[in-house]
Design a binder for this molecule. Structure first.
Ligand code: SAM
Ligand code: SF4
Length: 322
């Protein structure tokens, strides 16, 4: 459906949990967070009802995220049901990859088309440091199992931080040279646990480091998101860049988000939310929930204000879904 600024909104990102089996430094504090109480998290039945309602408005693409979606009990059966809803053309998952190796083939079987896997470093020690305890080898196994399972295109999300992994960028691009993987470098956002702006590296600087300025952008990677992709000569995959700050893409934004506690969040970086959970649980008809949903999408803000020094969100990234 169209929003008030004539953008075509057809992509819903759904956070199914705020819980996670990692504690990435830029995403969560070491001690974790106050988890949302179980009763405030939407049940899978409630999420399926919202997916059906959203298809009435032309929503076609759905990404399941978290927290870590693969830690939620019953996730496979939920995905299977979601994939069968008429109008759900594209069902995707964003994961930290820790539990991916054992689930990759099942994900494909139940109807997930593709996965994005977060991986900020190939160095086991550094990975343990950034994620506060994660095992990089499990993530790598998950990535390769996903390729075998045919969850194409498999995209790797790298959040770039000057103090943590900046000098490793050339090595990370080797994944895209040697395998049909799409390695996307993402600007660190000043959200939640990451409000130290000295770690921020703009896309232009990453591209200079990787000597990619003279390569022509390619549009043959399935996605429709904000990433710009490049396929340097001899690469099986591509190298992509996502810049939410230095070149923000608000005017072409096509998505809204659903938080685990049932708030429709039309913009990742605006605190404006519509409480769908309350409507779902008050016994109102689908038509009334649909009206509320449509109102939220219509009021999607024109652009974010993250570049303002004073900007701060009350939610962490793991609570919105990234
Ligand atoms: N746990 C899953 C994962 O890590 O892929 C899904 C949820 S996570 C919140 C979604 C994405 O948000 C991840 O790719 C993560 O790297 C990214 N993210 C978290 N905090 C961020 C920040 N401050 N700036 C940029 N990206 C961030
Ligand atoms: Fe968990 Fe993903 Fe946040 Fe890391 S980025 S703490 S894996 S939700």
């Amino acid at each position: 459906m169209q929003d008030q600024f004539n953008r075509n909104i057809e992509y819903l990102r759904i956070s199914v949990t705020d819980r996670c089996n990692l504690r990435c430094r830029y995403c969560m504090p070491a001690e974790g967070i106050q988890w949302m109480p179980h009763e405030s998290i939407l049940s899978f039945e409630e999420i399926l009802r919202l997916i059906k309602i959203s298809t009435r408005f032309g929503f076609r693409r759905f990404r399941i995220t978290g927290g870590e979606p693969l830690v939620r009990k019953g996730i496979l059966s939920f995905l299977e049901q979601a994939a069968q809803i008429p109008g759900v053309d594209d069902l995707m998952l964003t994961t930290n990859g820790i539990l991916l190796a054992e689930h990759a083939f099942d994900l494909k079987r139940v109807g997930v088309q593709r996965v994005n896997v977060s991986l900020d470093t190939l160095d086991p020690e550094r990975f343990r440091h950034i994620t506060r305890g994660g095992d990089v080898n499990r993530v790598l196994q998950g990535i390769f199992r996903s390729l075998e399972a045919g969850l194409h295109p498999v995209k790797i999300n790298v959040v770039v931080s000057r103090s943590q992994n900046y000098e490793e960028l050339p090595k990370l691009t080797e994944l895209a040279r040697n395998y049909p993987l799409h390695v996307r470098f993402i600007e660190l956002m000043p959200i939640g646990a990451s409000d130290d702006r000295s770690d921020f590296v703009p896309i232009a600087e990453m591209q200079k480091l990787l000597d990619i300025q003279d390569v022509k952008a390619t549009d043959d990677v399935q996605g429709g998101g904000p990433a710009e992709y490049y396929r340097p000569p001899g690469f099986q995959g591509t190298v992509g860049f996502i810049s939410a700050l230095s070149r923000h893409f608000c005017h072409t934004c096509n998505r809204v988000r659903l938080t685990a506690d049932g708030k429709l969040r039309p913009c990742l970086h605006s605190s404006y939310e519509v409480d769908l959970r309350q409507a779902l649980r008050s016994g109102v008809s689908d038509t009334e929930v649909a009206d509320l949903f449509a109102k939220g999408v219509w009021l999607k803000p024109a652009e974010h204000h993250m570049n303002d020094r004073e900007w701060q969100d009350k939610r962490l990234m793991s609570q919105i879904g990234g």
